[in-house]
Design a protein. Sequence first.
Length: 289
Amino acid sequence: MRKTVKIANKIIGDGYPCFITAEIGINHNGSIRQAKALIDMAAAVGCDAVKFQKRTIDVVYTKEELEKERSSIFGETNGDLKRGLEFGYDEYKEIDEYCKDKNIIWYASCWDEQSVDFISQFDVPCYKIASASLTDDNLLKYTRSKGKPIFLATGMSTMEQIQHAVEVLGEDDLIIYHCTSTYPTELNEINLKVITTLREKYSVPVGFSGHEKGILPSIMSAMLGANAVERHITTDRTLWGSDQAASLEREGIYRIVRDINQINIIMGNGIKKVYDSELPIIKKLRRVQ
């Protein structure tokens, strides 16, 4: 029997509504005002959750990497950029209170153990392991030690690496995301049938974290059995930032929520029947009844 996972008041698994996360990530561009605008958008269209990402910059990146030249709205080095995009305690406290007010779940992908501890201050209901962290056994074990459900992203990973990560994490309270870590992802690299592969191999809920342009693959993923769908959102794809082009504006995320929520209704139960609404048509159009 396939497992289910409970996150706050939501259950993820077969027979339950698809859990939809709007990933804010770093699309707030260091602005709490922009972060709130994105939370507003996600809540208004009916997303179940928003997700951020948290890094301890000096742990995740080497000194050499941070000193590299990279012009941005924050300065002229890669370090200026990375530090400018990080929220601290005050910002996350505000986010926590704002999400509670909007009645929407929030959580984060934590790229290092210090970030896990930082986010745990807010008693989030779950965590995400980013694709880049899938092979970091210590981080996987540390995140699991918090006793909360985990979303595991599998971009840029082999099936062998995924299997190892699942063995480290265990299958309880685990959701596996199929994804491709290219922003934006080309159609021929989305490979949605991997959702079926993962569902056949594991008894945990399986989802899709999409980075493609458009909405069709995300909707199709739910038709293939994805129990959870995650997409980046933005107020404007032309804004500055590396993830903006692979993100959805309000209309896009609205349509994903709307269409995915209609899938089970449209698919029906597979039992052929004559509907009451057809009876007048039978009377009108059939010569032999």
